[in-house]
Design a protein around this ligand. Sequence first.
Ligand code: SIN
Length: 299
Amino acid sequence: MQNIWALQTEAQNTAPLETSLDVQPVSGALGAYVRGLDIASIDDAGLGELRSLLHRHKTVMLRGQSPELTHAAYAAFGRRLGELAIDPYVEPPIPEHPEIMGLVREADATHYNFGGDWHSDGSYLAQPGGLTVLWGKDIPPYGGDTIFSNMELAWEMLSPAFREMLDGRRCLHSATGLGTKKPIARKGDYAAINFGHELEVIEHFHPIRRTHPETGAHSLYVNQAYSVQIEGCTEDESAGILKFLFDWAASPALTCRMVWEPNTILIWDNRNTVHYAVGDYGGFRREMYRLAVTGEEPR
Ligand code: SIN
C-alpha cells in the first residue's frame, strides 16, 4: 500500500513549475487557484503553461478574468483547448454559440442540482469529455462550490492485490447511470431541452485503469453517476466492488474544494478526476456557462 502523504507531496509539491503566474495549491491532493492568466488574450506560451498546470494540478481556477468577457471570447478560448462538443439534447442559451451550455439555477428552484453527484463528464460516450471549462457568471454569496477527487491518487492508493484484480478489466458506463436515478430527460430541469432530439440510451465499456494520453499516468476510471457494471463479474460482485470504489474515490484526503468568486473560470481534466457540484445555495441564483472539449477513446 502506498503512503498518502508521499503521494500528495508528489501530486502537488514537486519541483515548482517554471511560471510567472501566481499559483496557489488548494489541497494536498489536487487543484490550484491561478492568477495572471487572461483567457481573452492568452498566447501560445500562456496556453502551454496552462496545460502544464492542468497536468500537475488536474483542476485550476483562473481568477481575475475581465468582467467584460464576452461569450464569443469565451468560446474562442475553448476552441484553443481543442474541439468543442455540442450537446444535442439542450437548446443553447446563445444561439450563435451552440457549443456553450448554460447551467442556470434560479433562487427559488427546488429541482435536481445539475452535477450533484460524483462524475466524470460524458464517461458513457465512446470518446468521453477531455477538459471541461466552466465560467461562473453569477455566483451565490456562499455555497455552490465544485469539489474534485484525484483519480490518479485513488488508483495509486489501492493495494497492489486489488489493482491486479481490476487491471485489464472494463466497466460499462451508461447515460442512464445510478439505476436511472436521473435519466437524460431531467436535463429539462436546468436548461431548455431540445424535444426534437430523440432520447437514446448511450453506453460504452471503458478500461478501469485509464492511461492519460499526455502524461502516461494511470487513474481509476469509474464514477458514481455513470459506471454501472464491471465486465465479467456478477451483478452482486460488481455492485459491491463499485460501491467500494465510489466511496474510496470520495475519501476526503483525495479531494479538493474549489470555491467560486466572481470573474472566475474553472477548468478540469475528466480523464483523471471526478467532480461534484455542491447544491447548498438555496435562495440564491447561480449562472454558469460550460464548454466541453472532446476527448479520446479511453485506453
Ligand atoms: C458539472 O458537473 O459539469 C457542473 C459543475 C458545477 O456546476 O459546479
